[in-house]
Design a protein around this ligand. Sequence first.
Ligand SMILES: Cc1cc2nc3c(=O)[nH]c(=O)nc-3n(C[C@H](O)[C@H](O)[C@H](O)COP(=O)(O)OP(=O)(O)OC[C@H]3O[C@@H](n4cnc5c(N)ncnc54)[C@H](O)[C@@H]3O)c2cc1C
Length: 381
Amino acid sequence: MEREVIVVGAGPSGSAAATAMAQRGRDVLLIDRARFPRDKTCGDGIPASAIEILYSLGMKDKVLASNFYEIQHVMLSSPSGHILEAPIKHGEKGSHTYVIPRMLLDALIQGHAVESGASFLEGQVTGPIIEDGRVIGVKVKNDGTEEEIQAKVVIGADGVTSSIARELRPDKQEDRHRAVALRAYIEDIEELPRVAEFYLYNEILPGYAWIFPLGEGRANIGLGMRLDKYRKANRSLEELLDVFLNMPAIKSRLKQGGKIENVSVWQLNFGSQDMQRAYDGAILIGDAAGLINPLTGGGITNGVQSAVIAADVVDKAFSTGDFSIEVLKEYEQRLNDRLRPGMRRSYLIQRSLIYFPSWVDWIVRWGGSNSMVAKTFIEKL
Ligand SMILES: Cc1cc2nc3c(=O)[nH]c(=O)nc-3n(C[C@H](O)[C@H](O)[C@H](O)COP(=O)(O)OP(=O)(O)OC[C@H]3O[C@@H](n4cnc5c(N)ncnc54)[C@H](O)[C@@H]3O)c2cc1C
């Protein structure tokens, strides 16, 4: 049987795309290898801009009823220990910024996609089916058997290791446009209530370490580094986390010496490297399309943003029945118009942090909350 749309991956991007298309009456099959709820390695910082897009998909009541932990301030700490604290603005529709364990957030959006009419299949997609250069469906492994499912359009939302991108994308992501990051949960920290903390210091620049509180002494804690810098560092991310936890400013806040759990490491592909994201019969969104902000490491706003643009373009394509690259590349154009200026700015700042690290001290000390650096952390988290 042929479906209208297959969405591969039910993270925030895939579930948002499936929701948007199901709400327009499209026949959508959403596939994920995981059973929900499932964890995803992340800082769990969910900006108001991402929440606002979820509101536009009809999730306001669900978000508000969930009583997630709200964040009201951002704190930046520079290599010399200068501190800048700035309030976070609400979204235009009144949305707030939260720290939400992905175990909860992703299940909420995936459930919303199903409620909106998408059908969900648990299965491992091994790749697209390509006929005469056109994507016509996907191969899925389920319970030890492999089946082929055809569709008019395939949306690849299966994250940074995307099985769809791997076959369609001719070029590789360069190390300077990639990062690795470690995330853990800490149980015994004296948190700064409702403050997302960012620590920029020489050893990991242009990356940073973070503490995103969840309340009652719990926080998401971690650090990330650009991949080329990490390869030269000769230290594992676990060792670097240990260094961070032993910094006097942090160590003094650990009530029982640092009760760490659920440590995990994952990769990030930055949107600072241009790539093709529309193909004959297929579109890539979210991390599968490499849309992470190269300064902050935030990818959820861009992911759900790409999802709604993709849904719009695919829906339009149904009116003519033409799913060729000529039609679907409108997605790429609209996405670039929306995200490229911010990506370029963030990449420029990120590179400046490498070549002029003392600049961070200056900015944090004198730049104030209106500086481009502070604003980027506040808005993109
Ligand atoms: C350590 C770390 C910290 C981060 N912190 C933040 C943060 O605080 N804020 C923020 O905005 N961003 C953060 N990010 C980035 C953010 O996690 C991603 O941008 C976001 O998860 C992208 O969502 P997505 O839906 O595109 O992909 P994902 O969330 O990766 O979802 C992809 C889905 O596809 C499924 N899948 C994968 N392969 C297959 C397959 N072959 N077949 C079927 N299903 C498949 C997976 O099971 C998964 O459910 C962080 C990233 C890391 C690594």
